[in-house]
Write a protein that binds this ligand. Structure first.
Ligand code: CFM
Length: 532
């Protein structure tokens, strides 16, 4: 079946039509010159978008989950308030560690501060934070007005670092910078490389890894940690879900960087490769088959018979545990279809888990991914315009003479590169079914129209459009926060996800919801139709 996407786009003015058409692709594997996708561009003004901001990507996503970092939002109170506890990134402390995850610190800028400057207030906030909470690390994250009035948060941070003898980092992650959350990831990654990673000197174990781009939403990271520790890996640092600045200092000592979310953390992976020689590997612990593949890929990298045997033993053990339950849920899910619209990697990762349950993905989109997340890193040299390039620093790193190490021989590296995703991500589109739709930065109008056109049984998105789907009689599951459920990763997580999806699909509620198009004929001039 072909989809008449043009009919939806026709409603737009000419300039918007052209713009949006470039962001929509129908997967056609038999096509000699498949359409490329445009992404990482600013949202068309006036369009209602689901995207977040640069501050959300820096403070909310990358820095926020570090348990022992006390984060001060320098800006009006709303910015801090709306990022307080809403992402469900969990953390558990041990020993004498501090945990600031449940707090929200802000300078609460008022009109007077905007006129006369907010640096004084920031200094005072740092002083109070040090006196009351005695943190080892403070991170300052600024929001839009701070960038506009020009407070020098970096000078304040440097002075506070001297005065209190603790680490104080400043992130100029004003909301308007870059494209959506994506710019904030980049700024946060730069800061962690510049200030933290490489400052420790811990001795690490035999199979030493860092887990990157896993945020422990709903406990996903805990499930992944459990599996990897059971196999015998030494997890040097978690960057950043359930992680600490204390551990992060030693990250350069690990042998391999294991990357779950490519979009938000690939900068750190790449910079650590240049600076410390560490390879990174792209994994996906969402879905049974993809978890098994990821575990086997890791074992291949270390190529140690003991580790390989242990990997296989753990896979069999875990599978035996979850197999029968999954089969049961699969019977309720098989044959259904899903549409996914999430930030920059979950719309890909969850297709694997849906496939395990016999559910096909008919539409997938990212809010702010870059072309490489869609089409694979091989397109990197051909990306003409980078949405980050205007106002986000791209830092250059060099090999560290003391800490640069290479784990694989050249021959081994070349051989392994063909077998596992070593320093490589293939992107989402290659793995999508033929005829499915890929839409970058889906807006509310397109969401409604595509739901009517494709009629998926499940729509996975976030809080901003969850209820549009419910009002249309379509079960919707939030893939950002998991609707208070989770973990969904690994073997046990797959069962919890299957249970939640089966429960959602079989609830009789959807039958009681009657959107107009279920009962009334199409209104004249309706642009919703399927064409052959
Ligand atoms: Fe990576 Fe994320 Fe995502 Fe993301 Fe996010 Fe998130 Fe996300 Mo919400 S880091 S890109 S900026 S996997 S908060 S844990 S769910 S949009 S798809």
């Amino acid at each position: 079946m072909k989809h008449n996407v043009d009919k939806i786009l026709e409603k737009y003015p000419a300039a918007v039509y052209k713009n949006r058409k470039e962001h929509i692709v129908v997967k056609q594997s038999d096509c000699e010159e498949p359409q490329t996708i445009t992404s990482n561009t600013r949202t068309v003004p006036g369009i209602i978008t689901n995207r977040g901001c640069c501050y959300a990507g820096c403070k909310g996503v990358v820095i926020g989950p570090l348990r022992d970092a006390l984060i001060i939002t320098h800006g009006p109170i709303g910015c801090g308030f709306y990022t307080w506890g809403t992402r469900r990134n969990k953390g558990r402390t041990s020993g004498d560690e501090k945990n600031f995850l449940n707090y929200c610190f802000s300078t609460d800028l008022q009109e007077g501060d905007i006129v006369f400057g907010g640096e004084k207030k920031l200094k005072q906030a740092i002083k109070e934070a040090v006196e009351i909470f005695k943190p080892e690390t403070i991170a300052i994250c600024s929001t839009c007005p701070v960038g506009l009035i020009g407070d020098d948060i970096h000078a304040v941070a440097a002075q506070a670092e001297k005065e209190y003898g603790i680490k104080v980092m400043a992130f100029s992650c004003e909301g308007y910078k870059g494209v959506s959350q994506s710019g904030g990831h980049h700024i946060a990654n730069n800061g962690l490389i510049r200030h933290i990673i490489g400052t420790g000197d811990k001795t690490v174990g035999k199979y030493a890894i860092n887990i990157l781009g896993e945020y422990n939403i709903g406990g996903d990271g805990w499930e992944i940690e459990r599996l990897l520790r059971k196999i015998g890996y030494d997890i040097v640092s978690l960057i950043p879900g359930n992680g600490t600045v204390r551990e992060l200092k030693h990250a350069h000592k690990a042998t391999l960087n294991v990357i779950q979310c490519h979009r938000s953390i690939n900068y750190i992976g790449e910079m650590m490769k240049t600076k410390y020689g560490q390879d990174w590997i792209k994994v996906n612990f969402i879905g049974i088959k993809s978890t098994i593949k990821s575990l086997r890929d890791l074992a291949k990298y270390f190529d140690d018979p003991d580790l390989t045997a242990r990997t296989e033993a753990v896979i069999s053990e875990e599978l035996a545990e979850v197999g029968p339950q999954l089969e049961n849920y699969k019977k309720m899910c098989e044959g259904k279809t899903a549409a996914l619209f999430v930030g920059g990697s979950r719309a890909h990762h969850y297709q694997h888990l849906f496939k395990d349950l016999g559910i096909e993905t008919v539409l997938a989109g990212y809010e702010f991914a870059h072309r490489d997340d869609y089409e694979g890193r091989e397109v990197l040299p051909f990306i003409k315009e980078d949405g980050d390039s205007k106002n986000i620093e791209s830092i250059e790193v060099e090999a560290d003479p003391q800490n640069y190490r290479v784990f694989l021989s050249k021959e081994k590296y070349e051989k392994l590169k063909d077998e596992i995703p070593l320093n490589y991500y293939a992107g989402m589109i290659k793995e999508m079914p033929n005829g499915s739709l890929v839409v970058d930065d889906l807006n509310h109008y397109e969401t409604e129209e595509l739901l009517r056109l494709l009629k998926p049984d499940i729509f996975c998105s976030g809080i901003k459009d969850k209820y549009i789907a419910h009002k249309a009689g379509i079960f919707s599951k939030q893939l950002h926060s998991y609707d208070y459920s989770g973990p969904y990763s690994g073997f046990n997580g797959a069962v919890i996800f299957a249970r939640d999806i089966a429960m959602g699909l079989t609830t009789p509620s959807w039958g009681y919801v009657m959107p107009p198009w279920k009962t009334e004929p199409m209104i004249e001039g309706s642009y919703i139709e399927e064409v052959v």
